[in-house]
Design a protein around this ligand. Sequence first.
Ligand SMILES: [Zn+2]
Length: 76
Amino acid sequence: MTTVLTSASPLTAADRCDRCGAQAYLRVVLLSGGELLFCAHHGRKFEPELKKIAAEIQDETERLTAVPGASPEEER
Ligand SMILES: [Zn+2]
């Protein structure tokens, strides 16, 4: 019933990281059918694990770097 194979809908400001509540830039569709949202920080942190359990990863983190000076929590 819940077969959604498209990544059509972009993430919005209303989508929040499941871990910290920051704006989400990654949507992870799980093989089990669930869905997780992560900010850029946690998306990177959990990426190795997510790739094992994800059917699809929608990565919009490039939108962060597209706005110079707008990402106060950039690492490195
Ligand atoms: Zn987060």
